[in-house]
Design a protein around this ligand. Structure first.
Ligand code: DAH
Length: 341
């Protein structure tokens, strides 16, 4: 029996395996119920009593030795198997893909365009790098006209200063009127640039939506009704509007529009500085000079235009006090608009 034990030990000592399957075969060969070590246990019953102690110990040692050897062989393959393609767990949930949120300015722009689309306006766009004609001259700002100082311009060309970053989306009016005869009913969203010091209330770039309607017999009453409809859809059905006389070179008469403060409902609060009104846009009847400059007969057609800042509307809708928040891309700020997506 002792010989048998020693022989098995030798065998196990020399055993090698090239894969998990072979390790399992070794386990079956030595340690399973019908394995050779279990067989020793059976033979052990017939061993004379005086030898039982010694042989019993040897068999136990052999069994422990075999168990350890097989475990260590198995370990070697376990790590290799993990990196195997077959070790990929297909039932695991996929790596989460983080969804972004729409930028508040896009949310508000989309809402504005949706409202105007409902009133028959289509979308027109133009370039951000513009020439003097489209931004100023065609819009009734003659050279050296003081109204050019209303907008601090970034010039791209120096001499002459005729290529520039558009200071307003009114330039798209000209581009469309030059190419299209009335009826024209468009809204023009886009980014504009002004050479201003950056602060909570001003930025060197911001966004506008321009509106233009040209047809026969268009009146100021039409303008007022469209703007009232817009204000009520944007800020709620109780919203009131008021128009104050103003000046823009491209409209005559010109006005600025206020809406009733939606924080205090018009009673007067810190937000509206006690007036009950907040300004949201500029507007007016298109100056006949502008129509003629763009090839539209001002004796036949008339029209209105309006322009507003998307940041301004967003400030009012979401109470964002600092303009800089819109361009810093702080995700804590952007995430606040998740539900509005
Ligand atoms: N372009 C003007 C601005 O940037 C806004 C504006 C005012 C546009 C009156 C208009 C308008 O079309 O009629 O300050």
């Amino acid at each position: 029996m002792l010989e048998k034990i020693n022989a098995i030990k030798e065998e196990i000592n020399a055993a090698v395996a090239t894969n998990l399957q072979e390790v399992e075969e070794l386990r079956i060969k030595y340690l399973s119920k019908k394995g050779s070590i279990s067989q020793l246990m059976v033979d052990f019953r017939t061993v004379p009593a005086e030898m039982k102690r010694e042989l019993g110990q040897k068999i136990n040692e052999l069994k422990n030795y075999a168990t350890e050897k097989i475990a260590s062989l198995k370990e070697g393959f376990a790590t290799a198997a993990d990196s195997d393609a077959e070790a990929i767990d297909l039932t695991r949930t996929a790596t989460p893909y983080e969804l972004g949120t729409r930028h508040p300015l896009s949310l508000v722009k989309n809402e504005m365009l949706r409202i105007f689309a409902g009133m028959g306006f289509t979308i027109a766009e133009g370039p951000e790098i513009e020439d003097d004609w489209h931004v100023f001259e065609s819009l009734n700002f003659p050279p050296d006209h003081p109204a050019r100082d209303m907008q601090d311009t970034f010039f791209i060309s120096r001499d002459p200063k005729d290529i520039l970053l558009r200071t307003h989306t009114s330039s798209v009016q000209t581009r469309v009127m030059e190419k299209t005869q009335p009826p024209i009913r468009i809204v023009c969203p886009g980014r504009v640039y002004r050479n201003e010091a950056i602060s909570a209330r001003a930025h060197c770039f911001f966004h506008q939506v321009e509106g233009l309607y040209i047809d026969k017999n268009v009146s100021f009453a039409d303008l007022k009704q469209v703007l009232l409809g817009f204000a009520r859809q944007m800020f709620g059905p109780e919203t009131k509007i008021r128009l104050r006389p103003s000046y823009f070179p491209f409209t005559e008469p010109s006005a600025e529009m206020d809406i009733s403060c939606d924080i205090c409902g018009g009673k007067g609060c810190a937000f509206c500085k006690g007036t009950g009104w907040v300004e949201i846009l500029g507007c007016g009847m298109v100056d006949p000079n502008v129509l003629d400059a763009c090839g539209i007969d001002s004796k036949v057609y008339s029209g209105y235009a309006f322009g507003m800042g998307i940041e301004r509307i967003t400030n009012l809708k979401y109470k964002v006090k600092d303009l800089r928040m819109f361009s810093e891309n702080d995700v804590r700020f952007l995430r606040e608009f998740e539900s509005a997506r």
